[in-house]
Ligand binder design. Structure first.
Ligand code: TPP
Length: 502
């Protein structure tokens, strides 16, 4: 007779899941042993479920197929919640397969028994039947202690077929058709790789100003259409067309209080990203654009806005005069990072700084970020999962973000490390909070409790996980940046005085 474990794995194979991250324990030992014995599966091993779930999310981001994290019973399952939430908001097929004690143990308080069934609430489907393949799935498997089949076997993974989404293009046509384009801009957040080309040509055709986040993957290709968002601060446009994930910058938040600006979002999760009234097309960006067909272009507004818009020039001059400030070093880093095969940027100041000060000439081959729930948790783990099979991968993170995910490099021996560069911008705490006007009036103690200043050097972290290490404090420091066979940890330490001046 086939074991419960084997039946469940077969179901997963049928659903197109051939990639597993296992975190072993007694209750799921049979599952882990079966997966290890299989031929034709990708099996990653980790000891820490929070990081493992984010790593699995990264795998799903990389290949677009489901990836399952396999946990034992008890709080091990609960550790997956942040990654499940991120997968929910970014529509990624992350699967949690949790082993549970048999049903009669529920509510008993027996060792490692917690209420696992439905633990992720509205964030995850709980059966294949209710799962559409565009978000997380939690499968909870009560397992009797007994025999499991440990022999070698051959796994056959079937194709992954998420449900297709239906959508309408009329609201986009109406939005664009209301006369001239004057007063309309586009804001582009994170885009899926397959949506990027359509979004790029569509925006070129429209010829309207674009504020694009680096994780859109098209920011550097937009040329003259790209504008800095501060052009519109206090000067909000009449209409905003948002493509992809919620944009990172301040302007999007300002829209919340300006109902005079009409907003149309086209995004996969179907959420407006604003609490006030706006329109949403719930669909893949590329499919909607293709569905729209050629745009009926009315009047050439490009020249108008090019004449009117302040250029990036002012910022560029400052970057030159304060080269060792945080913006200065991030600007230079953005040039070095073009040598990589992929770029992952952690929340959220690094993304904002990249948007504002990053180079605007050379598009990055592949760009990733975790922007679903804006958490600073699991960022390094997601990066390692998303680039597990990619050489020359660059990841850029804040210091608290890195400190949050200290066990992530445990996965390094299992992933591609050739040319891997892990950059931590160590500005001594959560410096994003220094940028909030709302917090300017706080006392130093109050501010300290929010910024969480810290003075650690990350050299010990590099030693601990066998990474090469380079500390960069100024522009010249980049001369020594050379990626090799081992992961290189770059601790980027901006000059606090220059940063303040900037
Ligand atoms: C899990 C989680 N906890 C708290 C926050 C709130 N938060 C947003 S940014 C931030 C500080 C990040 O600091 P760091 O990684 O050093 O980046 P920096 O702001 O210095 O660039 C915090 C705590 C969050 N987004 N996610």
């Amino acid at each position: 007779m086939m074991s419960t474990e084997r039946e469940m794995i077969d179901e997963l194979l049928k659903a197109g899941c051939g990639d597993f991250v296992v975190c072993g324990g007694a209750r799921n030992a049979g599952l882990v042993a079966l997966l290890e014995a299989a031929e034709g599966l990708q099996v990653w091993k980790h000891f820490e479920e929070r990081g493992a779930a984010f790593f699995a999310l990264g795998r799903a981001k990389d290949h677009g197929q489901p990836c399952a994290v396999v946990t034992t019973s008890g709080t091990a399952v609960a550790e997956c919640l942040p990654a499940v939430i991120e997968a929910h908001y970014t529509c990624k097929p992350l699967i949690v397969l949790s082993a549970d004690r048999p049903v009669e143990f529920r509510g008993s308080g027996a060792p490692q028994v917690i209420e696992q069934e439905g633990i992720f609430g509205s964030y995850a489907a709980t059966s294949f039947e209710e799962w559409d393949g565009r978000g997380p799935l939690h499968l909870n498997l009560p397992i009797e202690e007994g025999e499991v089949d440990f022999g070698p076997w051959k796994a056959e993974v079937e194709g992954f077929l998420p449900e297709r989404m239906s959508f309408e293009v009329r609201s986009l046509r109406d939005f664009l058709d209301s006369g001239v384009f004057r007063g309309i801009i586009a804001m582009v957040g994170g885009l899926e790789p397959e949506d990027r080309e359509d979004a790029f040509y569509f925006l070129k055709e429209l010829g309207i100003p674009v504020i694009a986040d680096v994780n859109s993957g098209i920011r550097e290709a937009l040329g003259d259409l790209l504008v800095p968002e501060r052009v519109f601060t206090g000067n909000l446009p009449g209409r905003v067309l948002r493509l992809g994930e919620v944009p990172v910058g301040r302007l999007w938040r300002d829209l919340e209080d300006h109902s005079g600006t009409e907003v149309l979002s086209i995004c996969r999760n179907g959420l407006p990203g604003l609490a006030r009234e706006s329109k949403v097309i719930h669909a893949q960006v590329g499919r909607v654009i293709r569905g729209l067909g050629p745009v009926d272009f009315v009047g050439d507004v490009r020249d108008d806005f090019l004449k009117a818009r302040p250029m990036f020039g002012l910022t560029d001059e400052k970057l030159e005069s304060l080269p060792d400030s945080e913006p200065g070093l991030v600007g230079l880093l953005s040039v070095y990072a073009t040598t990589g095969e992929s770029l992952f940027i952690g929340n959220s100041l690094p993304i904002r700084e990249w948007n504002d000060f990053g180079q605007r000439v050379t598009p990055y081959a592949r760009v990733f970020a975790n922007r679903g729930a804006n958490g600073i948790d699991g960022q390094v783990s997601t990066w390692l999962g998303a680039t597990a099979e990619t050489v020359d991968s660059w990841g850029v993170f804040g210091d608290l973000t890195a400190l949050y995910d200290l066990a992530a490099p445990a996965m390094l021996p299992q992933v591609e490390c050739q040319g891997r560069v892990l950059v931590v911008i160590n500005n001594g705490g959560g410096k994003i909070f220094d940028h909030l006007p709302r917090l300017a009036e706080l006392t130093d103690n109050q501010k300290g409790a929010i910024v969480q200043p810290q003075e650690v050097s990350l050299k010990g972290w590099a030693t601990m996980w066998g990474m090469d290490y380079l500390r960069i404090e100024n522009r010249e420091g980049f001369d020594d940046l050379e990626a090799g066979e081992k992961t290189l940890l770059v601790e980027l330490v901006p000059d606090p005085v220059q940063s303040e001046q900037f």
